[in-house]
Design a protein around this ligand. Structure first.
Ligand code: SF4
Ligand code: SF4
Length: 460
């Protein structure tokens, strides 16, 4: 009785039964033109995902996210921990590009290119359908499946998940380290082995159990959909004006005389949906724009001799019969911002030298007066060797020329080393004007780079 009272009258979520248990989805395959196109794109992307960590640019991996060393390599350029601003700029550009793509083409990434969709729809689900069979043309597995098939299914999932985990890890540790670990015993590298085992477990969990829940619960992209899309963005949309009132086809009644709209209420668009929603209820957060309902409905329309496109790529405004405007504020603002920020990013990137330098004042009094009356400033110089090989740095004052440094030896740094060294600067008293002196310091590296930095020296 209590259970009955607690039960919702209708489905609250597409993947939840009325009593709160999970509603397992077995979407029916609609192998139409969009699915075929997505499959080609999907296989090309899988090849790209696998190849990317192996590809090199300027002698470095195309993508390497070395979290332990806090070094991130993209397209042959390595961002070091000192490049926070540059990395932030890069990430803002990526987000702006996503905003622009979504404003123009909706969730095209989710439906066509996200690894979750690509691997689930074109690798895991086909294997499941092959081994478990389906009832009729539906996606639900056959009733009587021999136990050994289940064993083979999960063994295949395990092998695939291990391969995926290795591909995934290659982005974080690089292919050299990974191939070394693969050839060694797990006891020689227990920590990486555990990471690999954990990643395999997560892949297994995701693709055999969690599935569409990742898009519905874990991924934030769908949640942002309402702010990233506007009424003119391209979406997968059901044409209500054409489809309603929906109704079953009546026998012996010519289609043209049917009192209903084009939707014959066959429900195939719902049965084929990998997130279990009914697109006829309008744009929903759960819709990943996979186009399966478009393929399903077009096939139905063909059978009932009605034009295709009852569910199609369109916009909310176009479906409502309003004129479609492609130029709108966000479609102008995003590219303008993106161009400006990309310009700043590329300029700063091109100005990067083989080392970074920061000049800081040391703690304590602003200056001291030496026994010969000269003024001493205590500074700290922070040097970052961006090269992977050792380098040597010489420091020299360009202005004023009569400065004395407490060191005449060069600073030697190992590859990728960061070091802060104190320097004591002695300047004749007459160089100061109102207690200040704008100094110019040159740092030359043995590798051939040169940087000039300015700093304020303080005096009486
Ligand atoms: S597949 Fe098309 S005809 Fe069938 S229920 Fe969906 S919208 Fe209606
Ligand atoms: S509603 Fe259509 S496009 Fe959206 S997720 Fe379902 S099948 Fe894919």
């Amino acid at each position: 009785m209590a259970n009955a009272l607690l039960q919702a009258e209708e489905h609250v979520l597409s993947t939840l039964e009325n009593d709160g248990t999970r509603r397992w989805l077995y979407p029916r395959l609609s192998a139409g033109p969009y699915w075929h196109a997505r499959r080609i794109v999907g296989f090309l992307l899988i090849a790209l995902f696998v190849a990317l960590p192996h590809l090199q640019m300027r002698g470095k991996p195309m993508i390497l996210l070395d979290i332990t060393r806090r070094e991130f390599t993209f397209f042959g350029f390595t961002f070091l921990p000192t490049d926070t601003l540059l990395l932030a700029l890069f990430m803002i550009c990526v987000f702006l590009a996503i905003f622009l793509l979504t404003a123009l083409f909706g969730r095209v990434w989710c439906g066509w290119a996200c690894p979750q969709t690509v691997y689930l729809e074109f690798v895991y689900r086909p294997i499941e359908r092959l081994l478990m069979g389906t009832r009729g043309k539906g996606g639900v597995p056959s009733k009587a499946v021999p136990g050994w098939r289940r064993v083979v299914l999960y063994a295949t999932y395990l092998v695939l998940s291990m391969l995926l985990a290795h591909t995934f890890l290659a982005y974080f540790v690089g292919v050299e380290a990974l191939s070394r670990w693969v050839r060694q015993s797990p006891f020689e590298h227990p920590a990486p082995f555990l990471v690999m085992a954990l990643t395999t477990g997560l892949m297994m969990f995701d693709f055999s159990f969690f599935r569409e829940q990742l898009c519905l619960i874990a991924c934030p992209y769908g949640r942002f959909q309402s702010v990233l899309l506007d009424r003119k963005s391209l979406i997968v949309a059901y044409d209500r004006n054409r489809g309603e009132p929906r109704g079953k086809l009546q026998k012996n009644l010519p289609i043209v005389d049917a009192p209903t709209g084009d939707c014959v209420d066959c429900g195939l668009c719902v049965k084929t949906c990998p997130t279990g929603i009914d697109i006829r209820n309008g744009l929903q957060m759960e819709c990943i724009h996979c186009t399966q309902c478009m393929d399903a409905c077009d096939a139905v329309m063909k059978r009932v001799q009605r034009p295709p496109g009852l569910i199609r790529y369109s916009s909310q405004d176009a479906i409502a019969g309003k004129p479609q405007r492609y130029l709108r504020p966000r479609v102008i603002i995003y590219p303008v911002l993106l161009t400006i920020l990309l310009g700043i990013f590329v300029y700063n990137l091109s100005m990067k030298k083989s080392f970074d330098v920061t000049l800081l004042r040391n703690y304590g009094s602003p200056y001291t007066v030496g026994i010969d009356g000269q003024i001493e400033n205590s500074l700290r110089i922070k040097l970052v060797n961006r090269l992977e090989t050792p380098d040597e740095f010489e420091i020299r004052f360009l202005h004023p020329g009569n400065v004395m440094l407490d060191r005449d030896t060069a600073i030697v740094l190992a590859g990728r080393e960061t070091r802060t060294e104190p320097i004591l600067v002695t300047v004749p008293r007459e160089e100061f004007t109102f207690g200040r002196l704008a100094a110019e310091i040159e740092i030359r590296s043995r590798s051939g780079d040169r940087r000039v930095v300015t700093c304020q020296l303080l005096g009486p």
